[in-house]
Every structure is written in C-alpha cells, then in structure tokens.
Design a protein. Structure first.
Length: 217
C-alpha cells in the first residue's frame, strides 16, 4: 500500500519535470556537437601538406624527409604515420603495422568520446517523452476526479487541456531525438572516414617500407 501511494504521488507530479529533463538533454547534445566539431578541427592534419609529404615519400622513399615533414604537423593522421616511422628507424618492419594500429586505436578512443551519450539520447528520449505524456494524462484525469460541482463541459475542457499539455512531452521527445539521431550518424560517419583514411595511408607507408627492404636485400 505504501509503495502504491508513493508511485501515485510520483505520477501526479505531471510532465513538467520530464520536459525540463529533455531540455537538459538537448542542451547536452548541443554542447557535445560543438565540442566534437572543435575536436575534429583541431585534430585534423592539413590535407594539402600531408598528402604532399606522403606522396613524396611514396615516390622517393625518403623516410627522414617524411618524418621531418610530419614532425611539426598537427593531426591524427600525422601522429599515426609517425608512430610507424618511429619503429621503422630500427630497420625492423615487423612492429610498424602494430605501432600504427595501436596509435590509431588510442586516437579512436578520443574520437568516440561522447558519441555513446548522443546515441543513448537519440534512442531513448522518445520514450522519455512518452513517459511524460503518460504522467500528464494521469494527472489530468486525477484533477478531473477531484473537480466537483462543475459543469460537464468544464470538466471535459479541463481534461482536454491537461491531455494537450501532456502531448507536448511526446512532441518534445521527438524534437530532441531527431537532431540527436542526425548528430550520431554524422559523428559515426566522420569517425569511420578518419579511421579508414589512416588505415589506408598506413598500409601505403608499410608497403613502401617493405619494398625498400626488399630492394636493399
């Protein structure tokens, strides 16, 4: 009985607090979008300079020149390639691929930071909105049961007003979920593209290093 009373009291709180919760979630997703965008910009290697340095290495095979060009270059791609070159300095190529793969895995953890939160909001906030709608409808009918001596039309109007307010919660849930889904897909696409590009460039560098060793042999 005590549990039922507590649950009833909770249900009669209505949808107001649920709306505020979704506002907080939407602000959080917006903040993550801005933070992720800034992170991608700050961790992006300059495309023209990076491709020029890599193309020069693939054609001439000058490992020192590539390492020097990447030394002062910012960006995830440059850090991954430099990790492989650092191992190749010893003349042993067995650990080059592992060094680049390990660095990429470490960098990927930074790329994916906050993405799980966006995905969770995108998949669950519609249910939060529906929950708020249910609470709002419960409160509307509870208020109707307490109204006495009022005309039937007034009672119906009070119920309709309460239900319309409750439905705002569902609309709010969808309004938050749709941009969150778009943001999640964009982040996933960006991360996948960066990692694929790093992997392909790493394989090209490894192939060039192996061809050098084969020629030397």
């Amino acid at each position: 009985m005590l549990l039922e009373q507590k649950m009833s009291q909770f249900a009669l709180l209505g949808a107001g607090w649920v709306l505020w919760l979704m506002v907080i979630l939407s602000v959080m997703c917006l903040g993550l979008a801005l933070e992720r965008g800034l992170y991608f910009v700050l961790n992006r290697s300059p495309a023209a300079a990076f491709e020029a340095a890599l193309g020069s290495f693939l054609s001439a095979g000058n490992r020192a020149a590539l390492d020097g060009a990447l030394k002062d270059m910012k960006g995830l791609e440059a850090r991954v390639i430099r990790a492989g070159l650092a191992v190749a300095k010893d003349g042993k190529l067995e650990g080059v691929e592992a060094a680049m793969a390990g660095t990429l895995q470490f960098e990927r953890a930074g790329l994916e930071r906050g993405v799980l939160i966006v995905g969770t909001v995108a998949s669950n906030v519609p249910f939060v909105g529906l929950f708020g709608t249910v609470l709002g409808i419960i409160k509307a009918f509870h208020d109707l049961s307490l109204s006495t001596g009022a005309a039937a039309g007034d009672n119906a109007g009070a119920v309709m007003s309460g239900i319309s307010e409750a439905l705002v919660s569902t609309a709010m849930g969808l309004a938050v979920a749709i941009p969150a889904v778009v943001l999640y897909n964009l982040l996933q696409s960006q991360i996948k593209g960066i990692c694929s590009r790093c992997e392909s460039m790493g394989f090209l560098v490894l192939a060039r290093l192996q061809s050098e060793r084969g020629g030397a042999a």
